[in-house]
Design a protein around this ligand. Structure first.
Ligand code: SAH
Ligand code: SF4
Ligand code: F3S
Length: 471
């Protein structure tokens, strides 16, 4: 049993890790043939992508995917720790599984992802959710076959969580959710330690994948017919810093842009590491989508300092406007937290004025949620939840109005849309524009997913646009 330990998770001393090739232990191949699994994924794109690896490992074990936990022999929760409601959702699901297991004794339940890295969660599972068969951490996901097998064979709860990141495994199997767009990890972990955030504890320090491994994966995806690649990392802008003296995200983007791939995206970017070279490269290549997710978190420099974000309102705005000037037609989306400890009405009004000035193309807004053992959870917080909810509502009104205004300006224009799906109505499709807006549109011609077609915008809504394919 390896339980998580926060002190270890926090340390960032220089440690060597090795790049290793994953190989599937043949003893487990098809061992559970005929059994079914259901995986529930919470949280960010990185978790979604981890679930693609986890699913592939389970399928090598012989499990077959089903679309309801009620039908499954194995239920795996790939969890997220970012805010309390993510926790609550996972514990709510564990509650339902507890009932189910009373009727179906042979059901196997596993928990992995970020919550597995939290000591308090593991203690709660040991105390109140004894029926859970295994808990597996984010750093040793590749051990799923043996941990799951041990749990079944021994019929005892397995807890295997490394608090320190281990070696970096290449070549994990993957079953991708889509046949035309794919996620590619470029960097794991985060070294920023924003004072409110749990990610550096659950995902470890920054570790970049070697460029050769990334480029090889992308070449394979191109060969397999993929049309869009999203480079993933908690902070993709830090790419390469731990490996190379002179090779960063700008260089990587440029190398990928020269390949025959129609769409390249990347997320998330921390404003701190955004270099001019990166901005130049994004502006230069038409297959790098002009769409940047640039979380601001707050419009008040005083709060940004308390958050440990390493930039001010002014330097954020400077970067924002530089991007608008240097990347033609760029869309910029953001994340904002309201109700950070100590945020007063004046600070909040600064966030409101920044949101008005930036007119973000999309914004994810949250109420601050205290996370275990993060510095911010020890700060004094005198603002009532009611007041925080009121701020969130006022902010949402401003950002939503901004989306609608921007969308209205697009009426009559033609945008390039990558078809993602067919809607239930006849001749109706949906997809995303280069700047990442959801477009619902009609087409007389039959279209396939992954195709990129011109669409004339006819109607604007807050969250989407309607149009007609002009081909
Ligand atoms: N790595 C990304 C963010 C990952 S988490 C970045 O730094 O940009 C996604 C978003 O969740 C954050 O941008 C932040 O707005 C929000 N978030 C993170 N921790 C939070 C907390 N404790 N309470 C509320 N929101 C939080
Ligand atoms: Fe969290 Fe900050 Fe790292 Fe983003 S940059 S994952 S908000 S610590
Ligand atoms: Fe959540 Fe972990 Fe992602 S905390 S947001 S799943 S890195």
């Amino acid at each position: 049993m390896h339980k998580p330990n926060y002190l270890e998770a926090r340390s960032r001393d220089k440690r060597d890790y090795q790049r290793k090739d994953f190989s599937f232990d043949s003893r487990y191949l098809e061992k559970y043939k005929g059994k079914t699994y259901y995986i529930k994924t919470y949280g960010c794109q990185m978790n979604e992508h981890d679930s693609e690896n986890i699913s592939a490992l389970l399928e090598k074990l012989g499990f077959q995917r089903v679309d309801s936990y009620l039908k499954a022999d194995l239920v795996l929760l790939n969890t997220c720790s970012i805010r309390e409601n993510a926790h609550n959702k996972a514990f709510g699901m564990l509650g339902r599984l507890k009932h189910l297991k009373n009727e179906k004794k042979e059901l196997i339940v596993g928990l992995c992802g970020c919550m597995a890295q939290e000591a308090s969660v593991v203690e709660r599972i040991l105390k109140d959710y004894k029926f859970v068969n295994f808990v597996l951490g984010t750093h040793n996901m590749y051990q799923l076959p043996e941990v799951l097998d041990q749990a079944i064979v021994d019929n005892s709860m397995q807890i295997e969580v490394f608090s320190r990141e281990g070696d970096l495994y290449e070549g994990l199997p993957v079953v991708r959710a889509n046949s035309f767009k794919a996620y590619v990890n470029i960097i794991y972990g985060c070294n920023k330690f924003c004072t409110y955030c749990i990610v550096p504890y659950t995902r470890g320090r920054e570790r970049s994948r070697r460029k050769e491994d990334i480029l090889l994966e992308i070449d394979q995806l191109i060969q397999d017919g993929y049309k869009e690649i999203t480079l993933l990392g908690q902070n993709v802008n830090a790419y390469g810093k731990d490996l190379y003296d002179d090779y960063n995200l700008g260089d990587l983007l440029e190398e990928i842009a020269l390949k025959d791939i129609p769409r390249i995206r990347f997320m998330t970017s921390h404003p701190w590491d955004f270099t001019d070279k990166m901005i130049e490269v994004i502006g230069k290549y038409p297959n790098i989508m002009p769409s940047v997710h640039l979380p601001v978190q707050s419009g008040s420099s005083r709060i940004l300092k308390l958050m440990g974000r390493r930039y001010t309102r002014e330097s954020y705005l400077e970067l924002f406007h530089k991007m608008k000037d240097m990347i033609p037609g760029v869309s910029i989306s953001t994340d904002i937290i309201v109700g950070f400890p100590g945020e007063d009405e004046e600070d909040f009004l600064e966030t409101m004025s920044l949101a008005k000035e930036c007119q973000f193309d999309n914004a994810f807004t949250f109420i601050f949620s205290a996370r275990d053992d993060t510095p911010a959870c020890r700060l004094e917080d005198n603002t009532s939840l009611e007041e925080k909810e009121n701020r969130l509502q006022r902010l949402n009104e401003v950002v939503n109005e901004g989306f609608l205004n921007k969308h209205k300006q697009m009426i009559g224009k033609t945008v390039q849309v990558m078809v993602e799906g067919v809607s239930t109505k006849k001749n109706q499709y949906y997809g995303y524009s280069e700047t990442n807006q959801l477009i619902n549109f009609s087409s007389q011609k039959k279209l396939n997913v992954g195709e990129i077609v011109p669409v004339i915008i006819e109607e604007a809504k807050t969250w989407s646009l309607d149009g007609k394919c002009s081909e």
